[in-house]
Design a protein around this ligand. Sequence first.
Ligand SMILES: Cc1cc2nc3c(=O)[nH]c(=O)nc-3n(C[C@H](O)[C@H](O)[C@H](O)COP(=O)(O)OP(=O)(O)OC[C@H]3O[C@@H](n4cnc5c(N)ncnc54)[C@H](O)[C@@H]3O)c2cc1C
Length: 384
Amino acid sequence: MKMTILVAVASRQRVVIVGGGVLGTMHAFAAQRRGFEVVQLEREAEARGASVRNFGLVWVSGRRAGPELELALQARQLWEELGAAVPGLGFRAAGSLTIAADEVELGLLKEAAARPDADRRGFELLDPGAVRTINPALRGDFAGGLYGRLDGIVEPRQVLPALRGYLAAGPAAYQWLPGREVTEVTAGAVRDHTGAWHHGDLVVLCTGAAHTGVAGRYLARGQAAPVRRVRLQMMQTAPLPEKITTALADGDSLRYYPAYELPGRAQLAPQPAAAARARAQLLLVQRADGGLTVGDTHEYAEPFAFDVDEDAYDHLRARAETLLGGPVPRIQRRWAGVYSEVNPALASAALYHRSEVEPGVVLVTGPGGRGMTCSPAIAMETFH
Ligand SMILES: Cc1cc2nc3c(=O)[nH]c(=O)nc-3n(C[C@H](O)[C@H](O)[C@H](O)COP(=O)(O)OP(=O)(O)OC[C@H]3O[C@@H](n4cnc5c(N)ncnc54)[C@H](O)[C@@H]3O)c2cc1C
């Protein structure tokens, strides 16, 4: 009898998380903060999904007005607090500069700077001289820039181990179980490939873009699919000795971020063919070691390419060199990444997907290209 009570008490305090990416790890953080013991399973020896392949941009500036901006602002605040507690995240409130190559792009930046919520995004329109005062490394020719004061940067290759280290020393027990692929889900429990069961009062599936894995049976296919996958190409240079003080974006980013759905967007000239084919935009972030993470492209139709396309890289490198006014260091790494995003064709498309798939089992995925940014706030919403 006594044993039963002990098990019941322990059981009430336990959360099982499947997936070692940023969503899973932020859920582990949110659960521990609420006093739960946490067990987190990851199929790989270390997370290898979107969370370690991204820019590490905590990107507030381009968000759609309303719930998306609110979620990003809340998350930005949480990242800053976490960054102070966990220096290994590499959080820095670096801000961003979106650079206009010509007067047409500058016109759209002016419209963005005049948005009623421009202050909440930290927007400030700058002439080329003022851009260079903030970021002296920008020696190229351009018409002006939009400063996004609130945008931040973290180090994606460090975030997950740093957070796990913090959790291991946290107020409630935290167990990290890498190399465990969950193959079965039932009410309040999952089984991994070794046959071991893991029980919790809450199970959170944060399985990322693995839409055919254990989460697959809960995700409808075809037109009604709640999520889809997107593939991106990225690269990283050898260290640049000079400091790039802010994150950088080029005018092509104005085509993709909803904050720029303004009249001036229709005036933008067509992209060069290689960029249009790859749906490229330049985003550039300097890593803590000086290397430059440069991307990205967008591929929506599956099956995705299994190889990377050099035309897209040539375009992105040339764009980066135009902004910097000189060559970027040798490209040292190239990779592609895939994220899960809510299906934009659905009228009901939310900011991310959350559903209770079995009693006591919640699936959280599909935050798309804002997943690194919004992950702490999404996790808090699960444990609200
Ligand atoms: C190239 C690229 C650049 C991006 N840049 C940014 C950016 O700068 N800022 C931003 O806000 N967002 C960015 N994003 C989006 C962001 O990275 C993702 O939205 C976010 O990382 C998703 O996190 P996740 O934990 O859901 O997925 P993942 O990181 O993919 O993690 C899911 C994990 O679950 C594990 N898993 C799956 N199935 C199982 C199973 N059955 N058992 C055990 N484990 C399992 C996987 O191995 C994986 O480690 C970018 C994405 C990409 C691809």
